[in-house]
Write a protein that binds this ligand. Structure first.
Ligand code: MG
Length: 380
């Protein structure tokens, strides 16, 4: 099911002591966590609804491509603005999520989508574990209390079939601000399915919530490290391809593809981190399709496999080993190319070079080699 997501990050955070969506939580901005989880869960497009004048801040904090929409005067207006940003290419389903709930997991999203089969909307809930009491003045019990087994605490993201939600949004009275988005489809009689929420999906409301959630978020990803090595022989030619950059040289590198040792070592590092074999398994040299191929497609394929394993690349480090050509003049171009292919910030991309002091095959100029390391986070 193709789904898009709207992340509402327009709040002023009066009770948490200032806007909370920008604050750091377990090393990342609060907003980042939700966008990351939705992207890893497979959201096709993600709209971030931000307060007026904060578009640039969202772009700085979130490296992933997201759509931006300016929030309105009420939460309802903000949700409507976010949904409108998707009208040009409607998805099958839409998830509406509060940025103030950064503890979203991939399994919560998968559960919601699975339950949209046979329902018009779905929401994650928690059972009420404490006994409930009633007080009309906040001081004295004025019972009788509601029966807690029939009451559930609603969380987000809330999931809807696109057509149902779109219709219900139009039908809702704009001057009435619903407490959540499910209320909007309940008003048009939609059947709403409950799914399992979680303690970590708690809403950041009070200052002390940050410490509590930080403790819950810390172990959500496991870290993997992969290594790769590659070598190619020099032959006829007037340039070599290294880390996706054309470097003029008085020789070329011989290989079935473009013989980019940097990209090949890096591709193997990514594959190694998710235990997915090596570059030869995925792109056999015997296959004529890869003859002369630009090697960025190998690396992109490895990146797709990392994403499919619910992972993200955190950082890469490549070392090119040769006496010549000189790497330094091309290093910045290589770093930007790698950052572009792997969707990584520049400060997470390292390209280094070394000679072998004229020893060995690289030292004698018979060929060149590269080794690479990649750090990957796999999400639950
Ligand atoms: Mg190779």
């Amino acid at each position: 099911m193709r789904f898009d997501a709207v992340v509402v990050a327009g709040g002023s955070g009066a009770r948490a002591g200032g806007p909370k969506q920008w604050r750091a939580l377990a090393g990342r901005p609060v907003l980042w966590w939700s966008v990351e989880a939705l992207a890893v869960a497979g959201a096709r497009r993600i709209v971030v609804v931000h307060p007026t004048g904060e578009a640039e801040r969202v772009r700085t904090l979130i490296a992933r491509p997201v759509l931006l929409a300016e929030g309105g005067a009420s939460r309802f207006a903000s949700v409507k603005a976010g949904v409108a940003a998707l009208d040009d290419d409607p998805p099958d389903a839409i998830l509406v999520h509060d940025a103030a709930r950064p503890g979203l997991t991939v399994s919560v999203v998968a559960d919601l989508l699975a339950n949209l089969d046979g329902a018009e909307a779905a929401l994650p809930v928690l059972p009420t574990s404490d006994t409930l009491k009633r007080s009309d003045d906040g001081a004295w019990l004025t019972g009788p209390a509601p029966e807690r087994s029939r009451l559930f605490r609603a969380q987000t993201p809330q999931a809807f079939h696109w057509t149902v939600f779109r219709r219900a949004l139009e039908a809702w009275r704009a001057d009435d601000d619903p407490t959540d988005d499910i209320a909007i489809v309940e008003a048009v009689g939609a059947r709403v399915r409950m799914t399992a929420g979680g303690a970590r999906l708690m809403k950041l409301t009070y200052p002390e919530d940050f410490a509590m959630l930080e403790a819950l978020l810390a172990p959500r990803a496991s870290v993997r490290v992969g290594s790769g090595f590659d070598a190619h022989r020099f032959g006829e030619g007037d340039h070599v391809w290294l880390c996706g950059v054309r470097v003029p040289h008085d020789a070329g590198l011989i290989g079935h593809s473009d013989a980019d040792v940097g990209l090949h070592a890096l591709t193997d590092a990514l594959l190694g981190a998710i235990a997915a074999g090596d570059i030869g398994d995925h792109f056999p040299p015997s296959d004529p399709r890869w003859k002369g191929a630009a090697s960025d497609r190998f690396l992109r394929h490895a990146l797709d496999l990392v994403k499919a394993a619910r992972g993200r690349v955190v950082q890469i480090d490549v070392t090119l080993i040769c006496e010549r050509p000189r790497i330094k003049p091309f290093r910045d171009a290589m770093k930007s190319r790698l950052s572009e292919i792997l969707e990584l910030p520049l400060n997470a991309v390292s390209v280094k070079a070394t000679t072998t002091e004229t020893m060995g095959f690289t030292g004698r100029g018979e060929g060149m080699a590269a080794q690479a390391l990649a750090t990957i986070e796999l999400f639950e």
